[in-house]
Design a protein around this ligand. Structure first.
Ligand SMILES: Nc1nc2c(c(=O)[nH]1)N[C@H]1C(S)=C(S)[C@@H](COP(=O)(O)OP(=O)(O)OC[C@H]3O[C@@H](n4cnc5c(=O)[nH]c(N)nc54)[C@H](O)[C@@H]3O)O[C@H]1N2
Ligand SMILES: Nc1nc2c(c(=O)[nH]1)N[C@H]1C(S)=C(S)[C@@H](COP(=O)(O)OP(=O)(O)OC[C@H]3O[C@@H](n4cnc5c(=O)[nH]c(N)nc54)[C@H](O)[C@@H]3O)O[C@H]1N2
Ligand SMILES: [Mo]
Length: 740
């Protein structure tokens, strides 16, 4: 509710419109109710999130500390500090301010160093100064940086200095990602954490947890963080690796090195809900795990609310819950008593008891009130926000009494100065590679890549590039290009984007080796990390880009996915009733017919083979039918502009048999006359395409997204396409002739 009560929302390094569509739509709704509310987005790219923003600051990648230090200094110079709060509840303000002053002495200096217009910087600072209720939301554009913790501290410093924390509608807010990211922290899911918000480095915490568990030993120091851990594996210091619910061959920086490290490791165990991933391919032992919908437990969301997650599917095959797998392994290692859980509720009660153990109001995470839940009460547990203490005094809005969990109860300013990203651009690598998410895919594609519905919005990995950079590197929209860094290279399709900052390109993080020949972007990303958090600098790698010269391009639609295109470039995309391969190669096949035969699924005598070849213009087309039903088709041309639109062909895979006209039109790639190209899918939830929407906007004179929703349902479920719907309405608006 803080988001709805705020007067100013500052989104820093967050593309919430695509990555947190539900929260984002709540923000948009709140602003519709309260038009005085302001939204400011700080992101080098112009994203869908910027569409609703009053101000967008496209800062130089990595320059956030300069911007927020400048804000602190500005607040000081304009006498807008909350001196009372600073004196009563904080320490170390002076050093933080003096470094901020040196780093960012004036609005003009900030504008120059962040690559921004001084008037925009001034406007942001003024809005912040005036808005008493400010929430600053920050996400991976802030965290995934070698100065990530500095950026976060620079933001928090501004909130502490104005006392805008722990009050309704005010506070710094880390809006990260995994649906249970918060829960992961609560149970100690990081290398330097113990469960229930305790630190391995704190001897008192270690002692407490050891006594609570009655454990003979406890680790005396933090483990390796992710990037360091794979270095240690590569050096041979770690002999056994158990990877659970993560796909590091795709998601960690310098991913080819990560894969090499895993290959060197003596014993590799992988627990995953999917059989075939880039990481399971490297496993010695595979443990099939349950996933969402199949497993049972609790998750905690960003506002500290614990919800029951209930299973609604039966466990497939031999799959088991992760907690069960861990317990069985532990028992066989001799820890029967410590792991004798019978159900998730057993584990939850123990977790709640630990949060209470010798807490006395010293640790914020306290759910002692849930420690004695009976199984049936746990089953029915309604969402509840922590703290849920036995001592109701501890259940107040967190931080509202100005008490912080730092030992002496006072918040600490952290002095942070300017720091450049770890690796700088050079003549050899002149562009910055920024990476992140697209609207309809999740992380490493192991699950969303299987969904035809979610695979329609963006069917190929793209390199988003500013028009001037494209020109400078001899690239045109839609062609293939190779992006290369000191660590690796990928090939993907160029997409010219005016919203892209010059000097910086953007690629999605999602594509893996099952879905593309060479688009695993983390194989290019530098393994630089933040010294405190260990978070990789995934948003900033120096790269170069050059055209990939394809001798031919094509696509292959097929009912079976087990094909090895063997081309320099290919991308696999799930469609309804079929799979689509987009392919390209630097050399022409000597005999396209033979090349095609090898790749199109074999069939018995019922199979029928249609073919068309015009060597003079480099055009080849083939199709295979079985009992009159389309099984595969292939289209090859010198470039994509000479390929037919795929939409009609893709629709033929839903037909049981092709009629005469369809067969006759097959190799032409389209049915003459009655077929309307509906354009790309905009609303994935209801499968509504662009041209259907624009036609309805014009014909029915639809004025807003609500009207589109009523008419076509588009945008009425998750809301992540609403920015695109708004843009369609804008693009259909005719200039008003009455307007002066
Ligand atoms: N559709 C979809 N939604 C998701 C996910 C998904 O995979 N798909 N994953 C979830 C998870 S785990 C996470 S962590 C979240 C991530 O959610 P977000 O952090 O919102 O998403 P990203 O696309 O990683 O990056 C956000 C923005 O940071 C910007 N950025 C890059 N460099 C800088 C910089 O130096 N300064 C600033 N201020 N901005 C910069 C990028 O241009 C990008 O637009 O999304 C969650 N939601
Ligand atoms: N270049 C670049 N790299 C990035 C990022 C970026 O922005 N840019 N973002 C980073 C961020 S914020 C994140 S969160 C990571 C995400 O990176 P990962 O966590 O590696 O990505 P996922 O695809 O979510 O991997 C989860 C794996 O667990 C499996 N799985 C799903 N449910 C279960 C289950 O219940 N049990 C088990 N055992 N397995 C399960 C899935 O099939 C999948 O293989 O990527 C990071 N990497
Ligand atoms: Mo994440």
């Amino acid at each position: 509710t803080d988001l709805e009560q705020a007067g100013l929302l500052v989104l820093v390094g967050s593309n919430a419109a695509w990555c947190h569509p539900v929260v984002y739509q709540r923000i948009v709704a709140a602003r519709d109710k309260n038009p005085a509310m302001k939204i400011i987005v700080i992101d080098p790219r112009r994203t869908a999130t910027c569409d609703e923003a009053d101000l967008h600051l496209p800062l130089i990648p990595g320059s956030d500390v300069i911007l927020f230090n400048g804000l602190l200094n500005y607040l000081y110079q304009n006498d807008a500090l909350d001196r009372d709060f600073i004196n009563k509840h904080t320490d170390d303000f002076e050093p933080a301010l003096s470094i901020a002053h040196v780093c960012s002495p004036s609005v003009e200096a900030v504008a120059t160093n962040c690559g921004l217009d001084a008037r925009d910087v001034e406007l942001f600072y003024r809005e912040f100064l005036e808005a008493d209720r400010t929430v600053t939301l920050f996400s991976q554009g802030v965290n995934q940086s070698s100065a990530g913790t500095d950026k976060v501290n620079a933001i928090i410093n501004c909130h502490l200095a104005t006392g805008r924390i722990g009050r309704p509608g005010a506070g710094p807010f880390s809006i990260t990602g995994q649906p249970n990211a918060m829960g992961g922290r609560e149970v100690g899911g990081l290398a330097n954490q113990l469960a229930a918000h305790m630190d391995i480095e704190n001897p008192a915490h270690r002692d407490l947890v050891q006594r609570f568990w009655d454990a003979p030993v406890i680790a005396g120091q933090p483990g390796h963080k992710a990037v360091d851990m794979f270095n240690a594996i590569h050096r041979g210091e770690i002999k056994t690796l158990w990877i659970m619910a993560t796909n590091p061959v795709v998601s960690l920086p310098d991913a080819d090195f990560v894969r090499a490290a895993i290959r060197k490791c003596e014993t590799v165990i992988v627990s995953d809900c999917m059989h075939d991933t880039d990481t399971t391919r490297q496993a010695d032992v595979l443990l099939p795990a349950l996933t969402w919908g199949e497993k049972d437990g609790t998750v905690t969301n960003s506002e500290r609310r614990i919800s029951r997650q209930r299973k609604f599917l039966l466990p497939p095959g031999e799959a088991r819950a992760d907690w069960w797998i861990i317990s069985e392994v532990a028992k066989r290692m001799g820890h029967d008593r410590a792991f004798d859980y019978r159900c998730p509720a057993d584990i939850f009660r123990e977790h709640a008891r630990l949060s209470a153990c010798e807490n006395g109001g010293n640790r914020d995470f306290d759910i002692s009130g849930l420690a004695e839940l009976k199984n049936d009460v746990y089953e029915q547990l309604q969402p509840v926000q922590w703290p849920v203490s036995n001592n109701p005094e501890n259940n107040a809005h967190i931080f509202s009494d100005g008490h912080f969990y730092t030992g002496n109860g006072r918040a600490k300013f952290i002095a942070v100065g300017r720091k450049e990203p770890a690796n700088q651009v050079s003549d050899q690598y002149p562009l910055v590679l920024n990476t992140g998410r697209v609207r309809d895919h999740w992380h490493t594609l192991t699950r969303t890549g299987k969904s035809p519905r979610l695979s329609q919005h963006i069917s190929e990995p793209c390199i988003e590039i500013h028009p001037q950079d494209a020109l400078d590197h001899a690239l045109v929209d839609g062609q293939l290009a190779r992006v290369e860094s000191e660590w690796g290279s990928v090939i993907a399709r160029v997409k010219i984007e005016h919203g892209q900052l010059a000097g910086s390109i953007f690629m999605p993080m999602h594509w893996n080796d099952q879905f593309a020949a060479r688009a695993r972007v983390d194989s290019v990303v530098n393994p630089a990390i933040d010294p405190v958090s260990g978070q990789p600098e995934s948003k900033h790698t120096p790269v170069r880009i050059e055209p990939f010269i394809a001798a031919w391009e094509g696509f292959l639609l097929t009912t079976g996915a087990e094909i090895q295109p063997g081309t320099d470039y290919w991308v696999l995309n799930r469609g309804y009733g079929h799979w689509c391969y987009q392919v390209a190669d630097s050399t022409l096949p000597a005999d396209p017919g033979e090349w095609a035969m090898q790749r199109m699924p074999e069939t018995g005598p019922e199979g029928e083979w249609l073919e068309y070849h015009d060597p003079a213009i480099g055009r080849y087309r083939a199709a295979r039918l079985v009992n009159g039903q389309l099984q595969a088709c292939l289209f090859i041309a010198p470039d994509t502009s000479q390929l037919p639109d795929r939409q009609w062909l893709q629709s033929l895979f839903s037909e049981s048999t092709l009629d005469k006209i369809q067969r006759a039109c097959l190799l032409a790639g389209r049915q003459t006359g009655n077929h309307e190209n509906l354009g790309p899918v905009i609303c994935s939830c209801f499968g509504v395409r662009k041209n259907t929407i624009t036609r309805n906007i014009i014909e029915k004179n639809l004025k807003d997204t609500a009207a589109i929703g009523q008419c076509l349902k588009a945008g009425t479920n998750c809301g992540s396409c609403l920015p695109e719907l708004k843009n369609l309405i804008k693009s259909c608006e005719l200039p008003d002739s009455d307007a002066a």
